[in-house]
Design a binder for this molecule. Structure first.
Ligand code: F6P
Length: 354
């Protein structure tokens, strides 16, 4: 087994509460094992531009456990292999440049903390020969191969608090309030925050919804005297639009506005919509996310020391296990339609519009 003396760590993709807790755990555990840690700024840019690099010691990560964001910075820019890289030192092929700088820096391994996009890039570099370990990151909770990711609990807690607050005005004004939460492909945040916040309707990408079924649910609530309703919609949720010729079409973008406008038209009720957006990614991580992030960081260093490269740290309660990156990239963990929380929500009368 090669001796590991120096490793790089980077964060890529959208930020998520808990990234700093992972960095902190990596730096502390690696340093205690006699391994130096180099922080690479702005994702893989740290392996492109020589000035985007700094040594990280335990002193550098003091006080960051409770901070959102990432002290290393991050970028979210699609496929970096597509274009040549222009730097003050010349124009390079992206992949070649990263490989060259990795060698020049005499790094023994990399820890790449990121979502589906970053893990896919990491996997490409692993195949090119960089020994690396991935740490999954997403508030959407949709990374395949791990039951949970740090950031999700914080996002759900924030969204639940927002729904609690919206109940007040919904009830006072007898309105329909439509709350849009993140979740491009998967409805984990919508489902969990919707149930925790006592929503009446939850619309998720996994279940295309019908306006007439949502309207029926709202009318039923009016008949029972509730006269207000809370709808939680994931940004990727889509209605099924019936065309005169009998076909179906799916509408993209502005999930809450579209849903709210249409429900106002169909019910005649006062309707408002709120998009929680990036507020869900901000703020301090919850205790659960700090703990999970710390566990991920420590496990990633352990895998590096054991030369378990090309793997992603995954949460399989009660254990953390290595999962091959090749099994993870290109796949999305959707909410299973037989998930017990979804079933319970249905049994409690929450509508999914289907
Ligand atoms: O992948 C996490 C996520 O929060 C998605 O739910 C959302 O669509 C996206 O990031 C937003 O990314 P950006 O910060 O690039 O707008």
């Amino acid at each position: 087994m090669p001796t590991i003396k120096k490793i790089g760590v980077l964060t890529g993709g959208g930020d998520a509460p808990g990234l700093n807790a992972v960095i902190r755990a990596v730096v502390k555990t690696a340093t205690n094992a006699g391994v130096a840690v180099i922080g690479l700024e702005d994702s893989f840019d740290g392996l492109i531009y020589p000035d985007k690099v700094r040594v990280l010691t335990p002193k550098d990560v003091r006080g960051i456990l409770r901070l959102g964001g990432t002290i290393l910075g991050t970028v979210n820019r699609g496929n970096p292999f597509a274009e040549p890289i222009v730097t003050p030192h010349g124009t390079f092929n992206y992949g070649d440049r990263v490989m060259e700088v990795f060698q020049q820096m005499e790094l023994d391994a990399l820890i790449c903390i990121g979502g589906d996009g970053t893990l896919a890039i990491a996997y490409e570099f692993y195949k090119k020969g960089i020994p690396l370990v991935g740490v999954p990151k997403t508030i959407d909770n949709d990374i395949y191969g791990t039951t949970s990711c740090f950031g999700f609990d914080t996002a759900v807690s924030f969204a639940t608090d927002a729904i609690d607050r919206l109940h007040t005005t919904a009830e006072a004004h007898r309105r329909i309030m439509v709350v849009e939460v993140m979740g491009r492909y998967a409805g984990w945040i919508a489902l969990h925050a919707g149930v925790a916040g006592g929503a009446d309707v939850i619309l998720i990408p996994e279940i295309p919804y019908h306006f007439d079924r949502v309207v029926a649910c709202l009318r039923q609530r009016d008949e029972r005297g509730a006269r207000f309703s809370i709808i939680v919609v994931a940004e990727g949720a889509r209605p099924v639009i019936e065309h005169a010729h009998g076909g179906h079409a799916e509408r993209l973008g502005g999930a809450a506005k579209f849903c709210g406008d249409e429900l106002a038209r169909l019910t005649g009720k006062e309707t408002r919509h709120v998009v929680l957006g990036h507020l869900q990614r901000g703020g301090a991580p919850t205790a659960f996310d700090r703990t999970l992030a710390t566990r991920f960081g420590g496990k990633a260093v352990e895998l590096v020391l054991r030369s378990q490269f090309g793997k992603m740290v995954a949460n399989h309660p009660p254990d953390l296990v290595p999962v091959p990156l090749g099994e993870v990239v290109g796949r999305t963990k959707l909410v299973p339609l037989d998930y017990d929380l979804l079933q319970t929500a249905r049994m409690m009368g929450i509508s999914f519009g289907d």
